[in-house]
Design a protein. Structure first.
Length: 274
């Protein structure tokens, strides 16, 4: 971790489900110089006291925009393949996204039509082997994430890295920097189980626990209540608690590296940090 101590990191395992409060998980951590200390991991229904999708997303925006966190990692695609972007830059794309697409189904169908029925991926998706942003598995996450979270955050001056950081028009120099993260990419980076860790069978539960243990071996991470969190991760069949922690780790890494996306970054598509 970096040398600046005491800043907050949030990892958000996002969802566009109707009852998003049960699917969106928030991991809270702080940098203490020599370790990233995770102190809370909980679903949005507990964190914000709401469950329905619109209320959860609104509460999440208020929470992040009003926080003094240094970095926030969100687990959903921040953009589309460049050929599909009908805008001059990413900021314009984000602002107009809600006007261009009526709902997740319209979003998916429009992209499929433009791609002759194929699932095109961004360069950053290919590097971490992520799904196309309009694949049916993630279409709701992409749609609601961009329209209901990123666009309102940008309206409130929150920097989105690396496309609209503090150097962008209307971006604040204070408050959190938001970045796109991908839990499976983090697990892949550390040669842990990126597949097979969701489900209610013993094998999946054991993989969640082994991923939890593996993260401790590979990174400078600590927990306020390790045993309780490990049990939460193991028992969470969807893997959301673990994914939230992984998003926090990726956000911490991104901040430590100055949000450098690398030479092959496409500024209109976005960038996944792991």
């Amino acid at each position: 971790m970096g040398s600046e101590m005491g800043y907050d990191i949030y990892g958000i395992d996002f969802s566009g489900a109707e009852r998003a409060g049960e699917k969106v998980w928030v991991a809270s951590a702080r940098d203490e110089g020599d370790a990233l200390v995770v102190d809370r991991v909980e679903p949005a229904s507990e964190r914000f006291g709401v469950t329905e999708r619109a209320a959860v997303h609104e509460a999440l925006v208020d929470f992040l925009a009003g926080s003094d966190a240094a970095a926030v990692g969100l687990d959903f695609p921040f953009g589309l393949p460049a050929d599909f972007v009908e805008a001059d830059d990413w900021t314009d794309f984000c602002a107009r996204f809600g006007e261009r697409f009526a709902d997740p189904e319209d979003f998916r169908e429009s992209c499929l039509e433009a791609a002759d029925g194929t699932h095109e991926r961004r360069e950053t998706d290919e590097r971490v082997d992520a799904l196309s942003p309009y694949h049916f598995v993630v279409q709701n996450q992409t749609f609601y994430g961009i329209r209901d979270v990123l666009a309102p955050l940008r309206e409130r001056g929150v920097p989105v890295e690396p496309m609209a950081g503090v150097d962008a028009d209307g971006a604040s120099e204070t408050g959190p920097h938001v970045c796109e993260t991908y839990p499976a990419g983090v697990l892949d980076h550390y040669a842990l189980f990126r597949e097979g860790y969701t489900g209610d069978d013993r094998s999946a539960a054991n993989k969640r626990a082994r991923n939890f243990d593996g993260i401790e071996r590979c990174t400078a991470i600590e927990y306020e209540d390790r045993d309780a969190l490990r049990e939460t991760v193991k028992q969470d069949e969807e893997g959301d608690a673990l994914d939230a922690v992984l998003c926090a780790i990726a956000a911490a890494h991104a901040r430590e590296d100055g949000y450098d996306p690398g030479a092959d970054y496409d500024p209109i598509e976005g960038h996944i940090y792991v």
